[in-house]
Design a protein around this ligand. Sequence first.
Ligand code: FAD
Ligand code: NAD
Length: 474
Amino acid sequence: MAADRHVQVLIIGGGPGGYVAGIRAGQLGLDAVVVDGQPMGGTCLNVGCIPSKALIHAADEYEVAVEQATSAPLGISVSDPRVDLARVVAWKDGIVGRLNAGVAGLLAKAGASVVEGWASIVDGKTVDVATTDGSTQRIATDHLVIATGSDPVELPGLPFGDAGAGRVLSSTEALDLTEVPDHLAVVGGGYIGLELGTALAKLGSSVTVVEAEGRILPQYDRGLTAPVATNLRRLGVEVLTDTRAAGLTDDGLAVEGPNGPAVVAAEQVLVTVGRRPKVAGFGLAHLGLTMDGGFIAVDERGHTSMRNVWAIGDVTGEPMLAHRAMKQGEVVAEAIAGKPAAFEPEAIPAIVFTDPEIVTVGLDPDQAKARDLEVVVGRFPLSANSRSMTLGDGASGGGGQRGFVRAVARADDHLIVGLQAVGRSVAELSAAFGLAVEMGARLEDIGDTIHAHPTIGESLAESALAALGHALHI
Ligand code: FAD
Ligand code: NAD
């Protein structure tokens, strides 16, 4: 079958990796096409980052309204707050729709085109697309970029969809609930389980989190996760650690924990035990690419083991984060255009949008020690930060769990190797943290920088001063 069309770059997947690759390729004058069967933006925009943060925001607003109605700590009275989840979801869908159109517009502005449909790889230079209008288009390409993302992991005994009688939800279904379940069991106390579990608890659900490891968010140090665990208790969320899901029962979720088998009462079960790279079902095996575990192995430019075949985003490894995928997308487009591009970040920021929020960039003290680095650590409590106080103590402020900002630097030359924080509104500190680590800042650089008052950002300077032994406000 002859090709219907020939392009220089064909990108499979319009998520943060794929669409950014498309925009950058277009900007560089390459004839690029992005193929996706769902609206532009991928998992992140359609069923991930954006809808989850919208739901979290709505839940925070509702929690504040309930607090005003019950104890009015700021002297603001509200009567009888109620939440209509169907309207929250409609509001969320409006944001997603605007952004879908925005991404499509950015691609068009850059001169890249979009083909709506599902791609099957024929060979490294040919892709068939089953388009949404029912036809098949064969596209020949000089360069093929695989940006197919990831799918939620399913557990045996807890199948998603009809097989689980509609009671087992992945994050995708949880983001489209139109009624708050009375009782919800969440399997997996990681990013998604805690972000969505917290939001649904604030909206009125009685939530139980079942986590296989000894504590929630086991990848982060205990100091960072303790305020989140305390606030979950305040919200009435039960957390069962060292416990695994065993299957569905008529009235809930069967679990196996330190005290043997038990049943968690729940009408619905949200399974969030990780995501796996999407490498099957679209002809990838025809290419026989070198793999790295379940991921596609790539070099620092995003090049796979096959000439002119590239891969970016979740399909290439951890951390599976949108901003990593976006940067890889830029790098791949520049590499294809012949520029000396490489994906070699000093650190990739990570944020958990729990209450309170956690942000990490670079190494924590334990990770630094594990690398035999001698470090100094400065920690500044947000309870000593005036802006944090003016933002209130109660609901949506982490329930009084103010948290801290922490700087980790080499003991010999004070080069900052890591910055972390837990607290209300600390997510926005990720930009300053990222710049500091990426630009090789030293404690003195941060401590000497005038930080505007009153802001939570002042705690960054104070953490650097604390590491130098002379914090001012503690
Ligand atoms: P994806 O965004 O998964 O996009 C892949 C695209 O490829 C999809 O649109 C898919 O339809 C398309 N595709 C797949 N196969 C084919 C085919 N054969 N033909 C055509 N198209 C195909 N990350 C963050 O950084 N911050 C967050 O706050 C955050 N929150 C999240 C919340 C949730 C609930 C979830 C599930 C994820 C969240 N993530 C977050 C992770 C983030 O969504 C991913 O890391 C990111 O989307 C990966 O981008 P990607 O381009 O690699 O793949
Ligand atoms: P995760 O890896 O964050 O957490 C999964 C949790 O499930 C872990 O704590 C693990 O110990 C636990 N677990 C595994 N098997 C289990 C079992 N059988 N029973 C009980 N617990 C079990 O995975 P996730 O929450 O599904 O999120 C997937 C990925 O999506 C994240 O790793 C992250 O890369 C991305 N994400 C990012 C954000 C963000 O940036 N804010 C938000 C959501 C998702």
